[in-house]
Design a protein around this ligand. Structure first.
Ligand SMILES: [Zn+2]
Length: 191
């Protein structure tokens, strides 16, 4: 029996891979997370989101915001576990910032939770926070299913919640990569 909300659970789903990977940053790593392998199974995702909801039950927020694409399904799952919550999402603009489209609006002072599937540097969460603040709303908490920030530190002073923390994942420039030197074939897991 695999316990939900664990690395073993992710491994079983194929959401946590070990090997030799080319990242979108052009760096190489021996570890890759593809949380779509978790979020595509509602019944497997539900206990993960329930863990976050349990940790955040005292957080006052009416609106759940997920960055597209990875945050949308977790945001929907979280909102469905809270009384009278709505879910909206932010999308990347042509200039690389996060914006609300489709008529999504926040009221001044509205309390918001931002949720992402996996967080590495926190840069996309910071962009969503900026979009929330621009509308005069307030970020009450940030949540992620998988926290893989290098040293476990987050780049923001907002209450932060995660299900699993996997610090210390290394990445290398291609010329510094020991797996390249060993001749291990490189894979592109998102294709
Ligand atoms: Zn390599």
């Amino acid at each position: 029996m695999i316990e939900p909300g664990t690395l073993e659970d992710l491994q079983d789903l194929g959401a946590y891979l070990r090997g030799h990977f080319l990242l979108t940053t052009k760096r190489h790593s021996d570890t890759f997370f593809i949380l779509a392998r978790l979020t595509e199974h509602p019944q497997r995702l539900k206990p993960w989101v329930a863990i976050l909801q349990d940790k955040m039950k005292d957080i006052d927020a009416h609106t759940i915001v997920g960055p597209a694409m990875g945050g949308i399904i977790p945001a929907y799952a979280l909102a469905s576990m809270r009384d009278d919550a709505r879910v909206i999402f932010a999308e990347k603009s042509e200039t690389g910032i996060m914006v609300f489209r489709r008529g999504f609006r926040l009221e001044a002072g509205e309390q918001v939770i931002i949720i992402e599937d996996a967080m590495t540097t926190g840069s996309s969460i910071l962009k969503v926070r900026d979009a929330v603040l621009e509308q005069g709303a307030h970020v009450s908490a940030v949540a992620t299913l998988v926290n893989r920030s290098f040293d476990g530190q987050t780049p923001f002073r907002i209450p932060f919640f995660s299900v699993v923390d996997i610090p210390g994942i290394e990445t290398w420039l291609p010329e510094e990569c020991r797996l390249c030197r060993q001749g291990v074939p490189l894979s592109l897991p998102k294709q």
